[in-house]
Design a protein around this ligand. Sequence first.
Ligand SMILES: *[C@@H]1O[C@H](CO)[C@@H](O)[C@H](O)[C@H]1NC(C)=O
Ligand SMILES: *[C@@H]1O[C@H](CO)[C@@H](O)[C@H](O)[C@H]1NC(C)=O
Ligand SMILES: *[C@@H]1O[C@H](CO)[C@@H](O)[C@H](O)[C@H]1NC(C)=O
Ligand SMILES: *[C@@H]1O[C@H](CO)[C@@H](O)[C@H](O)[C@H]1NC(C)=O
Ligand SMILES: *[C@@H]1O[C@H](CO)[C@@H](O)[C@H](O)[C@H]1NC(C)=O
Length: 564
Amino acid sequence: MGNASLVLFAAAAALLSCLWVGPAVVQAEDPYLFFEWHVTYGTISPLGVPQQGILINGQFPGPKINCTSNNNIVVNVFNEIDEPFLLTWYGIQQRKNSWQDGTPGTMCPIMPGTNYTYQFQVKDQIGSYYYFPTTNLQRASGGFGGLQILSRDLIPVPFDPPADDYNVLVGDWYTKGHKSLKKLLDSGRSLGRPDGIQINGKSGKVGGNDEPLYTMEAGKTYRYRVCNVGLKTSLNFRIQGHSLKLVEMEGSHTVQNIYDSLDLHVGQCFSVLVTADQAPQDYYMVVSSRFSKKPLTAVGIIRYANGNGPASPQLPPPPPETAGGSIAWSINQFRSFRWNLTASAARPNPQGSYHYGQINITRTIQLVNTRARVDGKLRYAVNGVSYVDPATATPLKLAEYFGVPDKVFTYDIMKDVPDSSNSNVIVAPNVINGTFRNFVEIIFENPEKTIQTWQLDGYSFFAVAIETGKWSPEKRKNYNLVDAVSRHNIQVYPGSWAAIMTTLDNAGMWNLRSEMSENAYLGQQLYISVLSPARSLRDEYNIPDNTQLCGIVKDLPKPAPYTI
Ligand SMILES: *[C@@H]1O[C@H](CO)[C@@H](O)[C@H](O)[C@H]1NC(C)=O
Ligand SMILES: *[C@@H]1O[C@H](CO)[C@@H](O)[C@H](O)[C@H]1NC(C)=O
Ligand SMILES: *[C@@H]1O[C@H](CO)[C@@H](O)[C@H](O)[C@H]1NC(C)=O
Ligand SMILES: *[C@@H]1O[C@H](CO)[C@@H](O)[C@H](O)[C@H]1NC(C)=O
Ligand SMILES: *[C@@H]1O[C@H](CO)[C@@H](O)[C@H](O)[C@H]1NC(C)=O
């Protein structure tokens, strides 16, 4: 009981796609995976303290989706909790299909007691991802789970098949639960410090009697896919006595460097290979907070099959961190991450951005994040705009599609360059126009004392630089224009900036947000509307028939669908 009902229906899918003729149809030869998920509350104790959690099919973390490049994923989600609910398929590019992105700016929430069936294709992607709820800080109570995309059979993978493939979802954790945390933010306060760190819904202690999380057989090599699903805390990941060979990061095969430990910021994922080459006994997997005044640590046991003896209480030390929270080590590690240009894999942008260093930049968007007080309450802004969902409770994408954006939001109230002479903060829905197929550079500048991470839905981007200080155009000479990792999340250290580049070739409405939950909830996010001038199925799918309508578009007639 509780397992995701998963059926591989290649034959049924082929049959269906005979009925759905037309170019909107996903390719008949790509198999379908069907899931039925029931979202409920249940008691969980990730830090040993029982609390209300969000379960999927009775599980916390939720079921893992194990799929292959180009599979079609169909998930019928039944909302059996007392709040509106949406899931986002984090890092899945949803090509031509922002209809299924699961952010409140693109979709109406699934109301309590109802269900909605997501359908999307994991087109041209491989790697390690996860999903989580985007409504009401619910991710602070669970509702997340792993999603892995394997390479298709004929596509070589740049390492031997591992003996097993383990998911490790780690993150900071608050015992308060999402409703109390939301109340804190709504009242204008901050979340404060987390209570601990969880590893796959547990928090082991040194010397505790915890069950092993993973088992390895001596001599074999295992893949660990590790994601930081937390709310705000950067983490460091390491395994006693074992080195980590980095092989994949957010959908790209990397140059296979060896590390003693890896920093993992909020919303980021990587895969490491670990060979069981030590004396057969237990070892601790260690996850500790970075850049925090009072460091938090959790451990989990990795057991050798037929091993003998407990893990040593001596944990490997965290990376050097001075009292002020030195970021130099972490920046250096970021710079060591390189894309393996010779590894064959599904490429995120097949039409040429592989040689991204030779493409002329057509637009530079420089985003400076700030903290403000508006009517006495804490807000976060980018370039003077602090995002709120529209007062009409109408998703931005639907308002645009139904031809009534003016009733819901105003395009381009935020400028591409910050105005340092004006410290006013506007609280409003924040939507900027992107020009289809423009090659854009986005600079994130973080003058604050706390770390940021930024996520762009619908795309992967080249993470070309991170430096301390302020950005200026001459910093472009320091960009990695050859083998920067193509990914979808980047960290921005305190008092630092980061630069990314991407081609806006995926039509839709896409959320660009701080992945720090408090910051995003209180305004550090926006949407980029990328419209294809052709208005064609080649560029964007039609709105799905089962799309839920709400707000002012609820009873509007649907515009004529695209036919070519
Ligand atoms: C994922 O699915 C593939 C088959 O598609 C299977 O070979 C593999 O064992 C599965 N892996 C996990 C970790 O479930
Ligand atoms: C809700 O689930 C039923 C099956 O139980 C399905 O037929 C229906 O299409 C689902 N509704 C939506 C909006 O996806
Ligand atoms: C990159 O991938 C190729 C092809 O699979 C592999 O042979 C090579 O070892 C990898 N290079 C590095 C530096 O990891
Ligand atoms: C890029 O811009 C330069 C200078 O404006 C121009 O000479 C060059 O042809 C452009 N390259 C491409 C690929 O458009
Ligand atoms: C942005 O796109 C919308 C919708 O196409 C259009 O109405 C508006 O004029 C555009 N704004 C700018 C500044 O280009």
